[in-house]
Structures are given as C-alpha cells and as structure tokens.
Design a protein around this ligand. Sequence first.
Ligand code: AR6
Length: 205
Amino acid sequence: IPTLSLLYKLNRIPLDSDQTPLYPPNAAHNDKISIIKGDITVLAIDAIVNAANEALLGGGGVDGAIHRAAGPDLYDECLTLGGCEAGDAKISNGYELPSKKIIHAVGPRYYALPASEAEAKLKSCYRKGLELAVEHGQKSIAFPAISTGVFSYPNAKACNDALGEVRKFLDGADGDKLERVIFCNFLQKDQDIYYQTVSKYFPPP
Ligand code: AR6
C-alpha cells in the first residue's frame, strides 16, 4: 500500500491545486499516511474501522460488508459490547477478517443534528478510533469514509474533518505509537476528494 511520501514522489497527488497547507510539512507523517480505493474488509493490517450504528449489531454499507466477511462470531461479540453512542467507538476481534481487530465507530447522522454537533461527533469518531488502536497496541489502522453513506455527511467536509483530526493525533503525545493510517475509500468520488485535499493537512516536505 503506497504511502503519501511515495504518491508525492510519483506526482500522483496534484500540487497545483489551490490547497494552501494548514499544517507545517512533516515527512515522518507522510510516511504513515495512505489513501486507497477499495474494500476495507480485505486489508491485512492491525485494525480496520467500521462505520456502525448505535446497536453495533450490523447493518448495510461497510457495516454489512464487515459483518459478512468476519462471520457470526463477530455478531456474538458485538452482543456483549452494550452498544455505542454516536461519536464514540468500541473494539472487537477481527475473526475471519485478515485484520486483527475491528474498531466500531458510530458516526453522526448528518441530517438529524446541527452541523457543528455533527462535525464534533465525526471528529470524535476518528480520534476515538486512533486512541483505541493505540490503547490496544495496534500500529496500523484503516478508516472508511464514516457517515458519508447512509448518514449523508457531505463528502468534502467529512474528508477535511477526518484528515484534520488524524493530523492532530499524529502531532500529539501518542502519535508516534502509530505506524500507518489508511484512508480506504470505496467510491471514486471520495478518492478524488482525498487526493485533492490531503496536501492541506499533510503537505509535501
Ligand atoms: N469498504 C470500504 N468502504 C465501504 C465498503 C467497503 N466494503 N462498503 C461501503 N463503503 P455507510 P454511514 C463506503 O453507509 O454513512 C449502515 O447501515 C460507502 O461507499 O456504510 O456511516 C450502518 O449499520 C461510504 O463511502 O456508513 C449504519 O446504520 C462509506 O463506506 C449506517 O449505515 C460509509 O457509508 C452508517 O452510515
């Protein structure tokens, strides 16, 4: 899986876009970030993040795909987790998935909340996901585009909120405990948005 450093080297990320950097360059961060398009359930890494709902018992979208691929033991463990509030996350084993752990994050329903509350909750999903990974000694983590499907969060805003929160975490005290953060987009639309936006948060050196 190529890192941002390699993508910059290969000129795959457009640098002539009008994205003025919001953060200083940090080559070490760029070695940890990947942006890929595809199915998150096939990633053989430490932890993948699920875009779940409060019940944590499966559903459609990426949640359905993860439960199908992980098998029925995931459902049984999820029954013991006691649900989860929007903006929070809980961790389970990966079962039949190639990833070791699943971090179930519950994104905000964008249509049901004031925009500022939805934003705080989406950012919190990313922060809690990263915190849980570190707490459980997981060094690589992949996120889907949480809330941008059924929960209708605007794609470009979600991308900015996700990249900003991950940058903040990597700059923080526990940032060095993570080796790789992958943004796994299922839709070409999101992949394009991430390519156009990433240099604002992770500029080239
Ligand atoms: N790998 C990566 N991303 C995927 C995959 C996959 N296999 N499948 C879909 N996506 P959504 P939400 C993308 O609706 O908006 C569920 O019913 C998808 O294209 O899965 O947070 C839950 O049970 C989109 O870009 O999650 C909840 O009730 C992104 O994942 C509710 O939907 C998120 O879309 C959560 O809604």
